[in-house]
Design a protein around this ligand. Structure first.
Ligand code: KG4
Ligand code: ZN
Length: 338
């Protein structure tokens, strides 16, 4: 079969990225322009600044990805772009760029869901998504345990009832005066501490749903109360206590799902899958049940266009192309409704 080359663009949040992906798995080239150092000064992503920065860097990023690939845009089989979920102004920058490339080079346009991108990041370099599979999706806006029946047929078995795990990492980091994005900074600090703080266990039940807002609030209250009393906080221990409880709960719920759904494969997806403690704890469980575990390489855990090219590949094979009235949407689910 002829090789398929997809030129992919991602601009849903604070990374402007473009990539050339061969056959849905091989990363021919990848360019990522991160805005983190700018948003860091504000303690989080400022949507207006994000879209302006995408506008400034999108052409450079596209140019760089095609140059590094050693190929020409004429050789691409399709142009793929993230259209949801994300910051609307940011999404539109990528979408408009993709439409122009599609029109000028007469290539089909593929609209990709960002969460599908995180899931298909597992196919990058080694095609490791096997069906059926259980999945743990952990990002800044999503926390779900899912069942993957086959390509783009994903069902939610359980999800957070309030905050997403990445969001809670970022909020806890903020109250500890750590820089945005909080996840990697909490992880670093947690390595130096012990889980000595007693914090509430989130949703201590046997359902597959999760809840992190109680844990988040208890940490924020604890820090404020200690500050008011003039007491100091052991930040390392608090970071470690938070991470241990949050990740152990994710792992515990995944184990319940494993006991209820007979699958041989587990995948992990989303920015929080870069977390070393989470990777270790999930590995312990999949080893215990003798299951195949797929977690993306670190580079592909957080936002990037390579994962968008990987998620576009099954859509290309099914000829699911978008029209030029494609719009951006801040939230659209990739999951089937039942
Ligand atoms: O998937 P992602 O890049 O963006 C969204 O689609 O939301 O996820 C970003 C989230 C942020 O909340 C960030 O703090 C978290 O992933 N994150 C981490 C780590 N690296 C990124 N959380 C915990 N440990 C990490 N090493
Ligand atoms: Zn993401």
């Amino acid at each position: 079969m002829k090789d398929v080359y997809i030129f992919a663009i991602e601009s849903s949040c604070d990374e402007t990225s473009a990539a050339v992906i061969k056959n849905g798995k091989e990363v021919v080239s990848l360019t990522i322009a991160s805005q983190i150092s700018t948003h860091e000064n504000y303690g989080g992503v400022v949507p207006e600044i994000a879209s302006r920065m995408h506008t400034e860097s999108i052409t450079y990023v596209i140019d760089d990805a095609i140059r590094k690939s050693g190929m020409k845009m004429e050789e691409m089989d399709a142009i793929a772009v993230t259209y949801t979920p994300g910051l609307l102004g940011s999404l539109l920058v990528g979408i408009e760029a993709a439409k122009v490339l599609s029109y000028v080079y007469n290539k089909p346009l593929i609209a990709v869901n960002h969460i599908a991108g995180h899931i298909y990041a597992n196919n990058l370099e080694d095609n490791s998504i096997k069906f059926p599979s259980l999945g743990l999706v952990v990002s800044g806006g999503h926390t779900e345990i899912i069942y993957l029946e086959n390509d783009y047929n994903f069902k939610v078995l359980g999800s957070t009832l309030d905050d997403a795990i990445g969001e809670v990492y970022d909020k806890v980091a903020r109250v500890l005066n750590l820089k945005y994005p909080g996840g990697p900074n909490i992880e670093k600090l947690a390595k130096l501490g012990k889980p000595s703080y007693k914090l509430p266990i989130p949703m201590n039940d046997d359902s597959l749903n999760l809840s992190f807002s109680g844990l988040k609030s208890s940490i924020i209250n604890l820090v404020h109360n200690e500050e008011q009393r003039g007491n100091s906080i052991n930040k390392e221990d608090l970071a470690c206590s938070f991470q241990t409880i949050a990740v152990d709960e994710l792992a515990r719920k995944l184990e319940i799902a494993i006991n209820n759904y007979k699958v041989d494969n587990v995948i992990v997806a989303g920015g929080v899958s870069a977390n070393g403690y989470l990777r270790e704890e999930i590995k312990k469980i999949t080893d215990k049940y003798n299951l195949n575990l797929s977690i993306p390489k670190m580079l592909y855990c957080t936002d990037n266009a390579a994962m968008i090219g990987a998620a576009a590949y099954p859509l290309f094979k099914q000829k699911k192309f978008a029209n030029y009235d494609l719009n951006g949407y801040s939230t659209k689910s990739v999951y089937s409704s039942n």
